[in-house]
Design a protein around this ligand. Sequence first.
Ligand SMILES: Cc1ncc(COP(=O)(O)OP(=O)(O)O)c(N)n1
Ligand SMILES: Cc1nc(C(=O)O)sc1CCOP(=O)(O)O
Ligand SMILES: [Mg+2]
Length: 212
Amino acid sequence: MFNKLQYISQGETAEKQLYNIHQALDAGCKWIQMRFKNQTFENRIILAEAVKNLCEEYLATFIVNDDVLLAHKIGADGVHLGLTDMNILAARAILGDTKIIGATANTFEDLLLQTKNGCDYIGLGPFQFTETKEKLSPILGAEGYVSILNKMKSENITTPVYAIGGITLENIESLMKTGVHGIAVSGMITKSLQKEKLVQQLNDKLHADVII
Ligand SMILES: Cc1ncc(COP(=O)(O)OP(=O)(O)O)c(N)n1
Ligand SMILES: Cc1nc(C(=O)O)sc1CCOP(=O)(O)O
Ligand SMILES: [Mg+2]
């Protein structure tokens, strides 16, 4: 089963991205999504190669945001695709069955479509406002997760769901109670001055027994 904590990278330059990813790995993150927007393919491939090597060294899973062809070219562990990115079926045809394909959802209808198309996990959000992403979909709040996760249960959909968007340490308990498998975070880890302690605290909360 997938790790319960996914770190999504930040950084205006390739150097800053690599630094942030290295810090997250040193702090104990075992799943990295490289999110490096508005860059040339060449810049992204240079960074992706370096991140792939680093993740191999740290025995971490490495997925690429948005770009199926880049993920395929460098042999990443997978991709994360949003509602306006490449379709999951098309991505599966390129990457095959062994690679991870994550998909974004904001509603139960999105989730139904993405799971029918065979994604491996869902990134469901945003939980709350975040400055990390522009053009956010409507905010779900804890109630949104309860409603969507309950519908999933009644339809016997078992694809793991990751909560995303503005998540802080204080939110984890209530989010885990909704039945999500884990969380995907960017700002919280990137900005932390005590990353190792934070990742330990996150993992403790993510692995605590919750009564749903
Ligand atoms: C785990 C996870 N969930 C959701 C997203 C958002 O993907 P997308 O909607 O394609 O937006 P961008 O990240 O591409 O701006 C994600 N990246 N990861
Ligand atoms: C990349 C992304 N996607 C979102 C969605 O709702 O689909 S929210 C988001 C940003 C996640 O970063 P942070 O933890 O800093 O808020
Ligand atoms: Mg995208």
